[in-house]
Design a protein around this ligand. Structure first.
Ligand SMILES: [Zn+2]
Ligand SMILES: [Zn+2]
Length: 300
């Protein structure tokens, strides 16, 4: 199973020389194994690059675990060519909404005059599935979804397969609930993260930035490390990088996170093209995150 990062940026896509090493596309991470349905975390602008490696002859099938409906997590769908082919199929699991079924609410942001067609007018078929605190299976892989603290209904996910596990919590805002201390790790976060091999977690702010933006629904690098330590995570991938952080700043923040983590958690900063591979057998030794630059199609 390969975990490939196609978009790692939070809030809004960016494109400039100072950010090209980490990349400017918004949230999209794919879990892929030969012969299995790919699982895609979020539909940010990175989805277009995932699409360049997928079949465009109508045979594409995939499952999306959508965290929430903010722009930076949905804007890639209109440009995902593999689903615009007769016969292609995409199942989108995402947070249930107060205003109606997920598919209906999603169509509210992808329809004229905002975009020429709705999801249902793409030539493949898209099915939306409403989730909350849920457990379900995709192709034999166990999926856990839990509500997490952010602005608006937002889910985090955990995927367990073959003795390996990945948790994905791209947007997570400690302090957004008045009674929660900034270092509180909710029960639901434990349920998602306890003992996972890889945690992909919001790491948007330094402490100074967080003090100015504590109600934006994001957290500090230090909080991401705190969650990883509390939950016994093996590798933490800092994710949802702030659009105002250039490559040099992210290098510095990674250093801060590594000092905070000590030897208990391996910390990496996600960048476009990063691939983390897990051995396919449950009996194989669980790898330390074998990070390597991906070839072709993705900016690394
Ligand atoms: Zn976001
Ligand atoms: Zn958000």
């Amino acid at each position: 199973m390969d975990v490939t990062f196609y978009g790692v940026r939070g809030s809004t896509p960016c494109d400039c020389r100072e950010q090209e090493r980490y990349g400017g596309n918004t949230s999209c991470v794919a879990l892929e194994a030969p012969g299995e349905t790919p699982i895609i975390f979020d539909l940010g602008t990175g989805l277009r690059y995932f699409g360049t490696g997928q079949p465009t002859d109508g045979t594409f099938t995939g499952a999306v675990l959508l965290s929430h409906l903010h722009w930076d997590h949905v804007q890639g769908l209109p440009f995902f060519v593999p689903i615009d082919r007769p016969g292609a199929r995409l199942d989108v699991y995402g947070p249930e909404q107060e205003d109606g079924p997920l598919g209906e609410v999603f169509t509210g942001i992808m329809r004229p005059p905002y975009f020429p067609v709705t999801p249902y007018e793409l030539r493949g078929s898209i099915d939306f599935h409403d989730c909350g605190d849920s457990e379900f299976e995709i192709d034999g892989r166990r999926i856990t979804s839990r509500w997490v603290r952010h602005n608006g209904p937002t889910l985090g996910y955990r995927v367990d397969w073959n003795g390996h596990s990945v948790a994905y919590i791209p947007d997570h805002g400690p302090g957004t609930v008045p009674d929660d201390a900034d270092d509180h790790v909710p029960r639901r976060i434990h349920e998602l993260c306890d003992g996972v091999d890889l945690l992909i977690h919001d790491a948007q702010y330094s402490i100074e930035e967080y003090e100015q933006k504590r109600h934006f629904g994001h957290c500090t690098i230090q909080y991401a490390v705190h969650v990883a330590r509390e939950c016994g995570v093996r590798t933490l991938a800092l994710f949802h990088h702030d659009p105002y952080h250039d490559d040099a700043t992210l290098d510095e923040l990674l250093g801060v996170a590594r000092s905070a983590a000590g030897s208990s958690v391996e910390v990496i900063a996600a960048h476009e093209g990063l691939v983390i591979s897990f051995a396919s057998s449950a009996h194989a030794e669980i790898p330390s995150a074998a990070a390597q630059a991906a070839g072709g199609g993705v900016r690394g």
